[in-house]
Design a protein around this ligand. Structure first.
Ligand SMILES: Nc1ncnc2c1ncn2[C@@H]1O[C@H](COP(=O)(O)OP(=O)(O)OP(=O)(O)O)[C@@H](O)[C@H]1O
Ligand SMILES: [Mg+2]
Length: 262
């Protein structure tokens, strides 16, 4: 797949495959093109070339909501406007069948809308309970801690009942306890058959949770394999350390630590 910004090739021929029902980590140095790839796959950026298929069909060139409907979603940072809504409202607006469809349908079949709304409400409450956010349901989302926000972001994505979720640095800047809880949820959802791709700089996290690791650098996939295989790989070391050499292991640890700090 290709994606350019002016002369800059953010994604430059990266080709990858994600196995259903697994957690795949996507790693690589800053600027490797990981977020760009997510944006293309979920329809937020238009690729210059390549192909994307999901669940047996092409999703190339489709709009984000259409891709989400098919079951592929990414999490989003809560924006300012979402911060001014309650936690429960945040969940409700993330549900399928919102906005445009609603105005028309409410006029034709009010009972159907009611049923959908009730179902969404039930789902929202269930997820907020699962994510330990139920006591916060009437609070403004902006008042949540960083970690609680990340949990809410994941919970919102789950309102769509997706088959696959792309997580872009879900642990960044949150406290370890909430981070661990978030990972626990991801593991449980995976056990129920959901597919995850996780962009994460902390190799400890990557090693712990992912079944497969894909490494990107300069818009390309440079290697992939198990977390252990990838950690030993010279190309990975080079990608993180530029020209490599020296006390590689130590430096590698340091770089990963720095990355984890952001
Ligand atoms: N909207 C944009 N406009 C112009 N250039 C962009 C845009 N988004 C990303 N880029 C550039 O594309 C390249 C890839 O960026 P991207 O954000 O995808 O990297 P990344 O792997 O997610 O990095 P990080 O680990 O720092 O999040 C970078 O050189 C970046 O500056
Ligand atoms: Mg990024």
């Amino acid at each position: 797949m290709q994606l350019s910004f002016g002369g800059l090739k953010a994604v430059d021929g990266a080709t990858l495959e994600v196995e259903p029902g697994k957690i795949t980590a996507l790693i690589g140095p800053n600027g490797a093109g990981k977020t760009s790839l997510f944006n293309v796959v979920t329809g937020f950026y238009k690729a210059d070339g390549g192909a994307i298929s999901f669940d047996g069909g092409s999703i190339m060139g489709r709009r984000p909501h259409s891709i989400a409907k098919r079951g592929l979603v990414r999490t989003f940072q809560l924006t300012k406007s979402l911060g001014r809504m309650s936690v429960l409202e945040n969940m409700m607006v993330a549900a399928p069948g919102q906005a445009g469809e609603k105005v028309f349908a409410a006029w034709v079949v009010p009972w159907m809308i009611n049923r959908q709304e009730k179902e969404n409400h039930r789902k929202a409450i269930e997820l907020l309970e699962l994510f330990n956010l139920i006591d916060k349901k009437d609070d403004y989302a902006a008042t949540l801690s960083g970690g609680q926000r990340k949990l809410l972001e994941l919970a919102r994505a789950l309102m769509m009942e997706p088959k696959m979720i792309l997580l872009d640095e879900p642990m960044a800047g949150i406290n370890p306890t909430l981070g661990a809880r978030l990972l626990e949820h991801v593991g449980e959802l995976r056990d129920r058959g959901m597919t995850f791709v996780l962009v994460e700089h902390d190799m400890d996290v990557v090693m712990r949770v992912s079944e497969h690791v894909i490494v990107m650098a300069n818009g390309k996939v440079i290697t992939q394999g198990s977390a252990d295989e990838v950690r030993q790989n010279q190309e990975v070391i080079d990608a993180y350390l530029g020209t490599g050499g020296g006390a590689v292991d130590e430096a590698l640890d340091e770089v990963f630590e720095e990355d984890a700090r952001g």
